[in-house]
Design a protein around this ligand. Structure first.
Ligand SMILES: CC(C)(COP(=O)(O)OP(=O)(O)OC[C@H]1O[C@@H](n2cnc3c(N)ncnc32)[C@H](O[C@H]2O[C@H](COP(=O)(O)OP(=O)(O)OP(=O)(O)O)[C@@H](O)[C@H]2O)[C@@H]1O)[C@@H](O)C(=O)NCCC(=O)NCCS
Ligand SMILES: Nc1ncnc2[nH]cnc12
Length: 333
């Protein structure tokens, strides 16, 4: 007979801003150290990058800690009613903009204010990253992805899926303060190849994180499989599907085909935990490095999966392995 406790388990307290920031930085460091990753910086070297190494990635991750903490703090204040600049300021601002509507309109408007606060903190985080890296884009995409997920967890998401949905909602809101600056590599790739890039991934609630990488990490944990091999396979699975603007910018459609089909082949050979899969992985690494193809977007999404996998979610339902594992994920084209 099940007890009341089993039927409605006590919800764990929401993780603090410090805990969330620590988990986000740890996820970035674990992604950076994971080896051998094809075309990416890892413990062995710089991969397809001439301007990054492991030490730089680790320093960059550390430089983002204050930004993650501030993102979580801002989100937490919103959730508890104080708003990023205090309840009174927030009400005044909302009234000034369009008039405070009924309660059901009030919450979305509070999210709008939070979205702009996250944008401001995110841009300050990018500047902190740039100071440490001397202008190299080590983690811009990762800050965006992990930053939104950190905020979603701090708001009170109870599971990883819920966090992805909240992050999607935030990502889809407008930010009036985006500076008109230089066109990013991602923007160039989006215009040229008609893909949605890092922003599209967020607005779609991170399908490659939730439906591709996380189920592999969970399944490996449950089956007691070798952790590094499972993590590499999760990366390869994302690489085989993602429209990575980092790859498209450097290698165009042909580069993307090389990355995706190469990753698929490693998995078809048995994955990183098998002899044949490992050989195919090292071969792919050589090919991507020689062509300067870096699946940096996939690396960011892998770090996001590590983060979501490590958060002590308030709802234990989250710990269930994904039952849709065998199905074709929604993001597969
Ligand atoms: C929405 C933003 C992410 C901005 O996006 P945008 O696409 O305009 O900007 P990019 O500078 O190109 O950064 C996007 C990075 O996202 C990663 N990425 C790529 N494709 C995907 C995808 N399909 N899904 C998810 N993520 C993706 C990728 O990151 C990796 O690439 C880095 C290196 O890229 P690059 O700059 O091109 O550098 P190199 O090729 O090395 O250059 P050269 O040496 O050749 O010159 C690598 O390190 C990975 O990290 C893309 O780069 C967002 O930043 C934004 O709007 N921010 C504003 C602040 C904000 O609102 N924040 C809110 C919450 S924090
Ligand atoms: N390991 C890695 N190598 C290159 N670019 C990255 N961006 C995020 N992680 C990366």
């Amino acid at each position: 007979m099940s007890t009341t406790r089993e039927r409605s388990p006590a919800r764990a307290p929401r993780p603090s801003a410090d805990v969330l920031a620590n988990l986000a930085v740890r996820a970035l460091c674990e992604e950076a150290r994971l080896s051998p990753k094809p075309g990416l910086v890892d413990g062995r070297g710089a991969g397809a990058h001439g301007d990054m190494d492991l030490a730089l990635l680790l320093a960059s991750a550390e430089a983002l800690r204050p930004a993650f903490r501030s993102l979580a703090d801002a989100a937490r204040r919103t959730a508890t009613g104080a708003g990023p600049r205090g309840e009174l300021d927030l009400r005044e601002e909302l009234q000034r903009r369009r008039g405070l509507g009924p309660r059901d309109e009030y919450e979305p408007r509070r999210l709008l204010v939070l979205r702009e606060e996250l944008g401001r903190i995110g841009r300050a985080g990018e500047a902190a990253m740039s100071r440490v890296t001397g202008g190299v884009n080590t983690h811009r995409g990762a800050l965006w992805t992990l930053g939104l997920l950190v905020a979603a967890a701090a708001i009170g998401a109870a599971t990883d899926r819920e966090a992805a949905r909240v992050a999607a909602r935030l990502a889809g809101l407008p930010d009036r303060n985006v500076p008109a600056g230089a066109i990013s590599h991602g923007e160039r790739a989006r215009r040229r190849y008609g893909v949605s890039g890092a922003r599209g991934q967020a607005v779609a609630a991170f399908p490659h994180v939730i439906g591709v990488a996380l189920p592999r990490l969970r399944l490996a944990g449950a089956a007691g499989l070798q952790q590094d091999a499972a993590r590499l396979d999760a990366l390869l699975a994302v690489m085989s599907l993602l429209e990575d603007t980092c790859v498209l910018y450097r290698g165009g459609r042909e580069g993307l085909r090389v990355v995706r089909s190469g990753a698929e082949r490693v998995l078809a050979e048995g994955g990183a935990g098998t002899r044949r899969g490992r050989d195919a992985l090292l071969e792919l690494d050589e090919r991507l490095t020689a062509r300067r193809l870096s699946p940096g977007g996939s690396a960011d999404l892998l770090a996001a999966a590590f983060f979501l996998h490590s958060v002590p979610w308030p709802s234990p339902a989250d710990a269930r392995p994904c039952r849709r594992q065998g199905r074709r994920p929604a993001c597969r084209r």
